[in-house]
Design a protein around this ligand. Structure first.
Ligand SMILES: *Cc1c(COP(=O)(O)O)cnc(C)c1O
Length: 375
């Protein structure tokens, strides 16, 4: 069994994807070109924002966003303590300071209440300026953007949406990657919309930021890439990946619908045995992960062992709160508050196989093995 069955997805759509790749090979143009342009238009339309700028990966996308927003020294950037490393990794790259914020016990997304407390404490300390929040759409569910936006407005801060896991999710009918002043996503193969290598994109309604990002991603270009008006980076989505994504976008919504059915079935079968994911009223998840919590880390070990013995892959996202990562120990002076919800989740969370090609028998098999391990 696969954790995310990218091979089955390819085989099902083989002819269309092969043709798309072939046409790029035959064109002889491997960087930029029509597929990239078309993809950016399609993605902007899909999300419902004015600009989409593709780039090399989701981490670069975040960095480009911070650069465009002019975030730098003496700025505090608030990030959830429970997320992939990238979300916070980019903050020191622009010389700003990440402040880790605890997450909501139900959604695992940044807690608006903890966020406001963290902002107030940074203001009281008086060393850093609270500049921006990076809210993550963790495991596919959009963050609590209406509550978070109220806070960023109150404190005159910028809001960035890390939609690497959330692409395709929504609040009501409003799509993920449309909530931040700037939003980013990743096309890493295992993400909801994945390509066959690395890829990423930045979304915004703001013309000026879009222009800056387009420049920063091509060596800080002015008129062209040989006219360099600022220090940038080299961050491109290549043409073959764009062609693949254009094909995959055609059946993307259908896949999200199926993943939602898979999640429903999991929850139905697991809700009395483990803590199943909670998707808040009005939210739709794109199910980057289906993550449950078991009683404790000992139980988790046992469940993983039983599942592995039965050829069922699992993942632990994430084992360690960001504030405990060795790389962030230099930030300790600003991060003395504990993040107890994150610490608890890290000790007991477990992600199960989640993709379109799981059928009801697979889910029955997986959930029975979990039940055997626990009960
Ligand atoms: C995957 C991921 C990223 C980074 O994406 P890459 O394309 O791997 O650089 C950033 N943030 C979150 C929350 C992610 O899950």
């Amino acid at each position: 069994m696969e954790f995310r069955d990218l091979k089955a997805q390819y085989l099902k759509n083989k002819t269309a994807i092969d043709n798309a790749i072939q046409s790029v090979l035959l064109s002889g143009h491997f960087i930029g070109g029509e597929p990239v342009k078309q993809l950016e238009e399609k993605l902007a339309e899909y999300v419902g924002v004015k600009h989409c700028i593709t780039c090399a990966n989701g981490t670069d996308a975040l960095q480009l966003a911070l650069m465009a927003l002019g975030i730098g020294e003496n700025d505090a950037v608030f990030v959830p303590d429970f997320t992939f490393f990238s979300t916070a990794e980019v903050v020191p790259w622009v010389n700003a300071t990440p402040i880790f914020v605890d997450v909501d016990v139900d959604t695992f997304n940044i807690s608006p209440q903890s966020l406001e407390e963290a902002i107030i404490s940074v203001i009281k300390e008086g060393k850093l300026i609270p500049k921006a929040v990076i809210a993550v759409d963790l495991f596919g569910q959009p963050a609590d953007f209406y509550a978070i936006r109220a806070i960023t407005q109150k404190y005159d801060m910028l809001l960035l949406e890390d939609g690497a896991q959330g692409f395709g999710g929504r609040i009501g009918n409003k799509k993920a990657c449309s909530f931040g002043d700037i939003a980013t996503t990743s096309f890493f193969p295992a993400k909801p919309l994945g390509c066959y290598g690395d890829g990423g994109a930045v979304f915004t309604d703001n013309d000026e930021w879009a222009e800056l990002i387009s420049s920063y991603k091509v060596h800080g270009k002015g008129e062209d890439k040989y006219d360099n008006v600022r220090i940038g980076l080299n961050s491109r989505l290549d043409t073959i990946q764009a062609a693949i994504l254009l094909e995959k976008l055609k059946f993307f919504d259908e896949e999200i619908d199926i993943c939602n059915k898979v999640a429903e079935e999991y929850t139905l079968r697991l809700k009395d045995i483990v803590k199943t994911p909670i998707v808040k009223e009005g939210m739709t998840s794109s199910w980057a992960q289906y993550t449950v919590c078991v009683q404790n880390s000992e139980v988790r070990k046992k469940v993983i062992k039983v599942l592995n013995e039965n050829d069922i892959p699992t993942g632990i996202y994430y084992k360690r709160p960001l504030h405990q990562q060795e790389a962030f120990q230099f930030e300790r002076q600003y991060n003395r508050k504990n993040c107890s919800v994150t610490e608890n989740i890290c000790g007991c969370c477990l992600s199960l196989p989640m993709h379109t090609y799981l059928d009801m028998r697979d889910i029955q098999y997986i959930t029975e093995k979990i039940a055997h391990a626990i009960i």
